[in-house]
Every structure is written in C-alpha cells, then in structure tokens.
Design a protein around this ligand. Structure first.
Ligand SMILES: Nc1nc2c(ncn2[C@@H]2O[C@H](COP(=O)(O)OP(=O)(O)OP(=O)(O)O)[C@@H](O)[C@H]2O)c(=O)[nH]1
Length: 294
C-alpha cells in the first residue's frame, strides 16, 4: 500500500522539468534507507496528477494519534516515539539530504508496529513550485502550519528551501512539547489560550516562554530541559541531533522494547470501549425496567 500526497501546483504548469539538481534530489531521497525514515517511492511530475508517493504507514500521523483521545500513549511509548524521531533526524542530518525543513507531527508517520518514520522532506525544487493559496487554508490552519518553524526562519523574507539543521532542532522541541503534554501545539493551560495568529506573532518577535507544567518524574524533567534548549532563541545555543541522540539514549531501554508488546494498547482501548458501550446498554435497560409504568 502507498500514501499519495497531492501537490498544489498551479494549473498553468503542465510538467515539472527534470533538471539535473531535481534528478539528484530524487536519487538521494530514493536511496535513503533507515528504519525511521519513511521510504520514498516516486513522484508524478505531470499535470493533472502532480503528487509524491511514499510507503503507507497504517497508524497514520503522530498528529492524528496524539489528538485521538482514545489512543493511550504511556511514557514508554512516548519515549519510543522520541527515540525513533531522534534516530531518524540524526541519520537525515548526516545524509546528503542534510536537513528536513518541514518537521512537524503531521510529517511523522507511525507504522503498524508503532515505529515512527519521518516523511515529507527534501525535494525543495518541487515544493517551491507549490502555490499555498490553492490549499484554501483558513486563518487558523495557515498559522498552524507556521508554528513549528524556528523564529529566525519565520523572520526571513525568503527562507532557505531546505530549512536549516538548527531550525529542525527547534521544530523537534515543539514536537517534544506536543508529545509530552498531548494538548496540541503551544498549549500552556486553559487560561493561556491564544489564537494561532497571536502565537505566530509572538514567536516572530521573540520565543514564547512556553512554560511547561505537570513535571511527573526525573526523566520528564530531563526531557523538558531538552525541550527548552531546543527552542533557544539563538540557533547556536541549541544542541545538535547527534548530541540529542546520546542524551535521549539514557531513556533507551526503550530501544529494546518490543514494539509488538506496545500494540495491545489499541486493543485494550477497543475492549474498554466495547465494555463501556455494553455498560451503557445495560444501564439503559435497567433504567427502562426501573421507570414507573403508567
Ligand atoms: N495513514 C497514513 N496517513 C498518512 C501517511 N502519510 C501521510 N498521511 C496523512 O497525511 C497527512 C499529512 O498530509 P499533508 O498534506 O502532508 O499535510 P501537512 O503535513 O500539514 O502538509 P505540508 O505542510 O505540506 O507538510 C498526515 O497528517 C496523515 O493524516 C501514511 O503513510 N499513512
């Protein structure tokens, strides 16, 4: 099975020319092989089917999983996702691709074994031809797409098409926050609600003090320190993925977790749901019985 990403290429373009640099990018991205990189299969560069094709991951994106209230994600699984993400990004940064540039939870997909794989990177030449106005984004969705971008990149009139390595580390810090708290991007408690536009404006000026809450244990405290470091205002103050990899390895008894052991989480949920609906049915029957008959 494959995942097909439709590209927002303007109607006036009939075919994307295969320049030398584009062919090199396609070759590099196709040759990339790592457990935490989602394999790229191919691209259609002709109208009307402009699209990118990748391997299909059965559990969808990390964004979808984190927002699914029925998906139980305990700390070992969170660690496992972070470990996968850091390993994939360290490999990507050391590869000819060099940087991701659009790292966010919707670009991390999770396979049937709950292994996280990074997707939707590189091919800057094709992506630069997209016209975002064709996506018909409302204001919220538009600014939501900006929130994982490092402030120094947000402030640039023309951003480097491939992003930067320190910009990717910033985006990782944002993902870390989303994974730890599971309340969406830049959540700071019910009383701290801001619109996505306001948050983007604040990040543009200076990095928000996205003060964390609910420190549960020592490991989480270390992850929070890492998260805060990753969104340091000065890019040179942020750790590199290589450094983050050795830090995260402390939690990496997770490396040895058999992913199949984590799978029953979903099943438990389904079982709980079934039991809940049976209880509900039973409760309805009981209330029918106990209701006085006229
Ligand atoms: N189930 C499944 N869903 C996928 C897969 N790849 C992508 N998706 C879905 O496609 C969504 C991402 O769509 P995109 O159009 O790339 O959205 P985006 O990441 O916000 O867009 P960009 O800003 O262009 O990166 C994810 O959130 C998933 O829901 C896959 O392998 N399996």
């Amino acid at each position: 099975m494959v995942a097909i990403k439709k590209l927002a290429i303007p109607k006036s373009v009939k075919k994307i020319k295969s320049s030398r640099s584009l062919l090199k990018e396609l070759k590099d991205v196709t040759e990339l092989q790592h457990e935490n990189i989602n394999p790229f299969i191919g691209a259609c560069l002709e109208a009307p089917y402009f699209c990118l094709v990748t391997e299909y991951c059965g559990n969808g994106s990390l964004e979808n999983l984190l927002s699914d209230e029925e998906f139980r994600c305990h700390m070992a699984l969170k660690n496992s996702f972070l470990n996968d993400l850091v390993n994939g990004m360290t490999f990507l940064h050391e590869s000819p691709i060099q940087s991701h540039g659009r790292l966010k939870t919707s670009n991390c997909v999770v396979d049937d074994q709950l292994v996280l794989k990074i997707t939707d990177f590189s091919l800057a030449e094709i992506r630069s031809m997209e016209d975002s106005s064709l996506l018909n984004l409302d204001e919220h969705s538009f600014f939501l797409k900006q929130l994982g971008i490092a402030p120094e990149l947000l402030r640039m009139e023309i951003r480097p098409p491939k992003g930067t390595q320190s910009g990717d580390v910033y985006s990782f810090g944002i993902i870390l926050h989303e994974v730890l708290y599971r309340h969406g991007i830049f959540y700071r408690g019910e009383d701290e609600y801001s619109s996505t536009k306001e948050i983007a404006a604040n990040v543009y000026k200076i990095i928000l003090n996205t003060s964390p809450f609910g420190v549960e244990n020592e490991n989480v405290e270390t992850l929070i320190e890492l998260m805060m470091n990753s969104w340091a205002e000065k890019p040179q103050d942020r750790l590199t993925f290589k450094e983050i990899q050795s830090l995260v390895a402390q939690f990496s008894d997770v490396k040895n977790i058999d992913h199949r052991l984590l799978k029953p989480i979903n099943i438990t949920n389904i079982v709980n749901k079934t039991i809940e609906s049976e209880i509900q049915e039973l409760a309805e029957k009981i209330s029918l019985i106990s209701e006085p008959h006229e």
